[in-house]
Design a protein around this ligand. Structure first.
Ligand code: C2E
Ligand code: MG
Ligand code: MG
Ligand code: MG
Length: 286
């Protein structure tokens, strides 16, 4: 029942409190073991140019396959990894995997971008730039292929420190995306001060298109604003052809969502290419 109420609900029963605390402790312990025993896998969700059906990039999304609990979703373990500091080690591993993946793609002639989610703790870490710089050299990845996804709240705390960190990351040749854009509370005047490259429109605005006219107005406004600020824009959570077409009509062409593909393991890439071909054909004939 605690699950159904969501993690932001307060529980007034000590029994529930205990259960929640126990689950946290359990996950914290299992995270350490899971890291050692390689229970984690990085999945990749394509970002597709809806005009050509070409993959332009992938978002790296962490998956945890626990030996007895099965798949544990990121929303359940990332906050605990963040609170305990384990996210730094886990996040570094995701960065390393993503660099290696980008290199394997490049070896096949595929110039795809890889977007990696950074946690607040990783972003604040003063060693992030050095770690990344070493990783880039060691893996041989082209830094311009790497996109780091941050959220608005991560930038709004200490604005000056955030701007400095962003400049140092960008000096490595990396691009910066604002994830879940529109759900935080960054003011537009601040947005201009941050050296960011891409806005990702949050899924919550996309999911009720074309029924919710408010969401359609907001989505169109975000796209128009991104264009004015000369930022690229990616739409998240695109599940239907209607949503894709609405975005196209409003000049947002790079989309990510179940319409094209769920996050997949690397070995599933051939199936993805096949599906994208089929979709291209069916959209033409429909
Ligand atoms: P996010 O970065 O906003 O990632 C997008 C989430 O939306 C992913 O959930 C993805 O599977 C899901 N999604 C994509 N397209 C659709 C769609 O069409 N419909 C629906 N219903 N969902 C869609 P996921 O993989 O469960 O990840 C949840 C969150 O966990 C991510 O949100 C991100 O904040 C965090 N996360 C995942 N991997 C990492 C990581 O390696 N490091 C950090 N720090 N956070 C991560
Ligand atoms: Mg993301
Ligand atoms: Mg997102
Ligand atoms: Mg999200």
């Amino acid at each position: 029942e605690a699950k159904a109420k969501g993690r932001n609900t307060f529980h007034f029963y000590s029994q529930e409190l205990n259960a929640a605390a126990n689950e946290r402790l359990f996950i914290e312990n299992e995270l350490r073991i899971g890291l050692k025993e390689k229970q984690f896998v990085v999945y990749y969700q394509p970002q597709v140019d809806s005009r050509t059906h070409q993959v332009v990039g992938y978002e790296a999304l962490l998956r945890w396959f626990h030996p007895t609990e099965g798949a544990i979703p990121p929303d359940k373990f990332i906050p605990i990894a963040e609170a305990t500091g384990l996210i730094v080690e886990l996040g570094e591993w995701v960065l390393q995997e993503s660099c290696d993946f980008a290199v394997r793609l490049a070896e096949q002639g595929l110039e795809n971008n890889i977007s990696i989610n950074l946690s607040a703790r990783q972003f604040k870490d003063s060693s992030l730039v050095t770690t990344l710089s070493k990783m880039i050299i060691k893996s041989g990845v082209s830094a311009k292929r790497l996109h780091l996804e941050l959220t608005e709240s991560m930038l709004m705390g200490n604005v000056e420190a955030a701007i400095t960190q962003l400049h140092e990351l960008k000096a490595l040749g990396i691009s910066i995306s604002i994830d879940d854009f529109g759900t935080g509370y960054s003011s537009l005047s601040y947005l201009k001060r941050f050296p960011v490259d891409i806005l990702k429109i949050d899924r919550s605005f996309v999911k009720d298109i074309p029924e919710d006219t408010n969401d359609m107005e907001i989505t169109a406004a975000i796209i128009a604003m991104a264009q004015k600020l000369k930022l690229d824009v990616v739409a998240e959570g695109v599940e239907t052809i209607e949503q894709m077409q609405f975005l196209q009509n409003n000049n947002c062409f790079i989309v990510q969502g179940y319409y094209f593909s769920k996050p997949i393991a690397e070995h599933e890439l051939p199936n993805l290419y096949e599906r994208l071909n089929e979709l291209a054909n069916s959209e033409v004939t429909s």
